[in-house]
Write a protein that binds this ligand. Structure first.
Ligand code: ARG
Length: 406
């Protein structure tokens, strides 16, 4: 059994209770690590308050790591290159943050000489998979502990447990939603959302409440596939994501309502708000339409689906996912240019313009006007040979298809 454990600590009820519970049940030392992935953009609570809670719960130490730029540059940027949408919709909000957290858990485990890491996920979700598979990929020698999978406490039990041990928590017995957030967006589950027929309540949304009275038009600039500027103003990627969230969220853009397939075999109904993620992927994919050669574009579209599944399934640190990253990286060399997007309340976004020094769009080839440089006569032989196989088939065997069904 482990002696010293590094816990992924959020400051919330479950991970605070986990500190005390592991000490009591397993007689371990617990170091709390809070990885800042942008989960509390306005810092509603100071790190000093969170530290005090961790120590009150019995932690040996408390560490904060600011991983916002790291998450943006090393996790969101590859997701943009991959136009990553799990099941065609979900931009992997929680799935992208877990490997960032795992990296820092392992790092702190080494610094503190710990022999295990721990997380507060339950047995029903994807996050346990991501924490555990990720940790084993980076540190096969470390044990991974999941107290919330074993303790069998309800939320009310946890509140009582915290009270019994004088852990100062803000949570109450009735918490309706389970929310996970970071700079890429917010994932909301539980409460009436669990009924897939019920329309999502307005209450849990914070980023996408409609307050805009005018449409918002923005130019997003990319360099080699990475967003670098908004309306011509260059900024860091974490800064750009935050700014974009603040500017387009008020038009109501970025909400998702979906039934998804979890890795653990459950279908769940979840709602999300991720205005920046969806805006960046939409703009990026549009720029690719302009600059990517057809065959690479089509092959990339197939591989994007696979990449998104791997990341959703906790395989961030895996050979196939890394090989796909190398492929996508190669495809992004010329994905440089500007995309103009118009956001209109409630929740509508349209790309209205795109331009690139690497555009493969050739006006003189595409136009139907006088400047047309496309040789129409060349098409005659091309079309004949292209359709030759089907023509041969029709002559021998396929003629019956020409007769309309009775
Ligand atoms: N279903 C999403 C995913 O698997 C969101 C999970 C949110 N996690 C949470 N602890 N509420 O990526």
């Amino acid at each position: 059994m482990a002696k010293r454990v590094v816990l992924a600590y959020s400051g919330g009820l479950d991970t605070s209770v986990a500190v005390r519970w592991m000490i009591e049940e397993w007689n371990v030392e617990v170091v709390c690590v809070l990885v800042d992935v942008g989960q509390d953009p306005d810092y509603s609570e100071s790190f000093d308050d969170i530290r005090a809670r961790a120590l009150a719960a019995g932690a040996l130490d408390f560490v904060v790591v600011d991983a916002r730029e790291e998450m943006a540059a090393q996790f969101c940027a590859p997701a943009i290159a991959a136009n990553a949408l799990y099941e065609g919709k979900y931009p992997l909000v929680s799935a992208l943050s877990r490997p960032v957290i795992v990296r820092h858990l392992v790092d702190q485990a080494r610094k503190f000489g710990a022999d295990a890491v721990a997380h507060g996920s339950t047995g029903k979700g994807n996050d346990q998979v991501r924490f555990e598979v990720g940790t084993h990929a980076l540190a096969p020698d470390l044990e991974v502990l999941a107290p919330a999978r074993l303790w069998g406490m309800t939320r009310a039990d946890s509140v009582d447990y915290a009270a019994k041990w004088d852990i100062p928590i803000k949570a109450t017995k009735e918490k309706i939603y389970s929310i996970d957030e970071n700079l890429w967006g917010r994932a909301i589950e539980c409460g009436e959302i669990e009924d897939p027929w019920a329309a999502p309540p307005e209450e849990p949304y914070t980023l996408t409440r409609v307050t805009a009275t005018q449409p918002v038009e923005l130019t997003i600039s990319f360099r080699a596939g990475v967003p670098v500027a908004l309306d011509g103003v260059e900024m860091s990627l974490a800064g750009l994501i935050k700014e974009l969230t603040d500017r387009v969220g008020p038009t109501g853009y970025g909400r998702l309502d979906m039934v998804e397939n979890r890795r653990v075999g459950i279908k769940s109904r979840e709602v999300y708000e991720c205005p920046a993620a969806l805006a960046l992927i939409t703009a990026h994919a549009d720029l690719e339409d302009l600059v990517l050669e057809r065959e690479i574009h089509h092959e990339k579209a197939r591989l994007q689906i696979r990449w998104s599944e791997l990341v959703y399934d906790g395989m961030w640190f895996s050979p196939l996912k890394e090989a796909l990253d190398a492929f996508f990286f190669e495809t992004q060399r010329h994905v440089t240019g500007d995309v103009r997007v118009r956001f209109e309340a409630p929740g509508l976004a349209r790309v209205v313009g795109r331009r690139s020094p690497s555009a493969l769009y050739d006006h003189d080839l595409a136009t139907y006007d006088a400047e047309d440089s496309f040789n129409h006569a060349d098409s005659e032989g091309f079309v004949k040979i292209y359709g030759l196989g089907v023509k041969t088939w029709a002559a021998r065997q396929g003629a019956k298809n020409a007769t309309p069904a009775p």
